[in-house]
Unconditional design. Structure first.
Length: 298
């Protein structure tokens, strides 16, 4: 084992648990983080007692949600300190969960998808929590169930931030980039956009990532993978030009957004306002709320 570790064949996940290093090869930083997080969760879950369940960011990884914030520990919910075994790579949250908030997924005892969304929304900054909530709704989380869980958690640390996240969560968002762009517009006081807005054109129906139908404006988030997976660069550019021309013929103006744009939300919002007649800014101070600083998900 020492030879395999020193030679790079294995990567240590925790004491007594290892991962084949080749599973991390040729993956970007986000994919490496996802694989390592799942490996840690699998290793820890095998040692848990029957009354302990995986939760928070660790549960989000089990559900396949995008992990934006790195976590070096596995988060679990324990009903009693008496049954807990101390370990430096386990972050225990002391609480007795309702039976309806617990399930099993991929063979791991875990908080339900909806409970996971609420727990993360209570503890993460709004952007990271909204990315998780959007992704969960996109794969089938029930927003009404999330609201019922919030209703039971009155007075819980971070619950105000969780309400804000649920208020603006949207399952129509198809990537963390789209969520981040939408949040930038909301924080800038622009009207809430419609996600996946359908527009009929002479070339067929197109769906804009974000849209303001009254202002006839569409926002398109251009992530690198969108073009990397679409074929030859020249063909992609030509197809995008035809698509945009067809949208313009229908009276729509298109703003293209990338990762650098969302780092400068004021400039991005100003660009959008120049394209349409938008109402005065809407104040949304709740979108600046953060989760509890004394209990970060690390």
């Amino acid at each position: 084992m020492r030879a395999l570790l020193s030679g790079g064949t294995l990567t240590r996940v925790r004491t007594g648990a290892y991962l084949a290093t080749e599973l991390l090869a040729d993956r970007d930083a986000h994919e490496r983080l996802r694989v390592l997080t799942l490996a840690r969760v699998r290793a820890v879950s095998s040692s848990l007692t029957a009354d302990v369940v995986v939760s928070h960011l660790s549960a989000a990884a089990v559900w396949g949600l995008p992990i934006v914030t790195a976590s070096t520990t596995v988060h679990v919910v324990s009903p009693s300190r008496a049954s807990a075994r101390s370990s430096s790579d386990i972050d225990r949250h002391w609480q007795r969960l309702p039976a309806n908030d617990v399930t099993e997924h991929r063979g791991i005892p875990v908080t339900t998808l909806e409970r996971t969304v609420v727990d993360c929304a209570c503890a993460l900054p709004v952007r990271e929590a909204l990315i998780l909530a959007d992704a969960a709704l996109h794969i089938g989380a029930d927003i009404d169930s999330c609201w019922r869980i919030v209703g039971r958690m009155k007075g819980h640390r971070g619950i105000r931030a969780a309400r804000a996240v649920l208020e603006y969560a949207d399952g129509g968002s198809e990537s963390p980039g789209e969520t981040t762009a939408r949040l930038a517009f909301l924080r800038a006081g622009l009207p809430r956009p419609v996600t996946q807005l359908a527009v009929e054109t002479r070339l067929g129906t197109f769906w804009g990532d974000l849209g303001w139908p009254e202002q006839r404006v569409l926002g398109e988030y251009d992530g690198r993978s969108k073009y990397a997976d679409a074929g030859a660069p020249a063909a992609v550019v030509i197809e995008e030009k035809r698509r945009e021309d067809a949208l313009v013929e229908q009276g729509f103006r298109v703003i293209r957004i990338d990762a650098d744009d969302v780092r400068h939300p004021e400039t991005l919002a100003a660009r959008l306002r120049r394209l349409g007649s938008f109402p005065p800014p809407i104040l949304r101070p709740e979108l600046s709320l953060y989760g509890p600083p004394r209990s970060p998900l690390r």
